[in-house]
Design a protein around this ligand. Structure first.
Ligand SMILES: [Zn+2]
Length: 279
């Protein structure tokens, strides 16, 4: 299980105070040896070995994972008799204590896997968003901003434009790599792509090339993906679900809830959301 650590307010230090004294004593001992130009030898009899060797290599001793038990609104660190206040809601899986000059306690929470939506477009080649199970946007990034626009213009305006496809594929490739690096780092449950089949114009053709490139790379790296129908995802409000949003150039505006965001971002969020119902 992946976890993320959040620093927690220490309400009662319990055994950590005693350990801190040991750490400080051990640090002083090691420092005094170093001042004399001596290697840190075996620990003095009053200092636990494990702790001592950590002090030799670092100022901070790390303890844990420590089992935690809920006590009202706080958590007890089992065996250490220390109590901390949780920094957020939800159930921590364990605690990690760092003891040096200061005592710090972190609670570990499971990392919730997100759903990632990828909007493929002309202005931003890829707009990537991750949403959590409360459907909040937890990460977003644009890739290939204005990079491809000129190439698109060429393809769309010239009759022999289809010959440019190879060039476009090459241009798209590094952007695909960067986008998928980012997506991989998000550790998504699933990646949602637009199904552009059935849209028959030349821009759509180029967007399909980009979509196919990103699909291949997701597959190659073993990331799960899914296609959904993008029908009306550009006019749908990703905040309130109102269907008649207004597109003002690059901006999406919702007359119902007042949302005003980048239109590609709105579309990417809609794709990710759709997966909650269809995937
Ligand atoms: Zn709205």
């Amino acid at each position: 299980m992946k976890v993320r650590l959040f620093e927690s307010k220490v309400v009662s230090k319990g055994e950590l105070e005693r350990i801190r004294n040991e750490v400080l004593f051990a640090s002083m001992y090691v420092d005094s040896l170093k001042r004399k130009g001596l290697e840190a030898g075996p620990p003095p009899i009053t200092v636990p070995k494990g702790l001592y060797y950590q002090v030799v290599s670092s100022d901070v001793v790390r303890i844990g994972p420590v089992e935690v038990v809920r006590q009202g609104n706080s958590y007890l660190l089992k065996g250490l008799n220390a109590v901390v206040e949780p920094p957020l809601e939800g159930e921590p899986v364990h605690a990690i204590a760092e003891v040096g000059k200061e005592i710090k306690v972190y609670l570990a929470y499971p990392v919730e896997q997100s759903v990632v939506g990828v909007d493929v477009g002309v202005r931003h080649l890829f707009t990537v968003v991750a949403i959590d199970k409360e459907r909040r946007v937890v990460a977003k990034r644009y890739f290939g901003e204005n990079l491809i626009s000129e190439e698109f213009a060429k393809v769309v305006s010239t009759s022999e434009g289809l010959g440019e496809i190879t060039t476009i594929r090459k241009k798209v490739e590094p952007v695909v790599q960067r986008a998928v690096d980012f997506i991989e780092g998000l550790d998504p449950k699933i990646v949602v792509l637009e199904n552009l089949k059935g849209i028959e114009n030349r821009i759509a053709l180029v967007l399909r090339i980009a979509t196919d490139s990103i699909r291949q790379e997701l597959y190659r790296r073993g990331l799960k993906y899914r296609f959904v129908n993008p029908y009306r995802s550009s006019r749908l409000c990703s905040n309130c679900g109102y269907r008649e949003g207004i597109l003002e150039g690059h901006v999406f505006f919702c007359p119902n809830c007042g949302l005003r965001i980048d239109r590609d971002l709105n579309a990417a969020v809609n794709l990710a959301m759709r997966c909650y119902y269809e995937c």
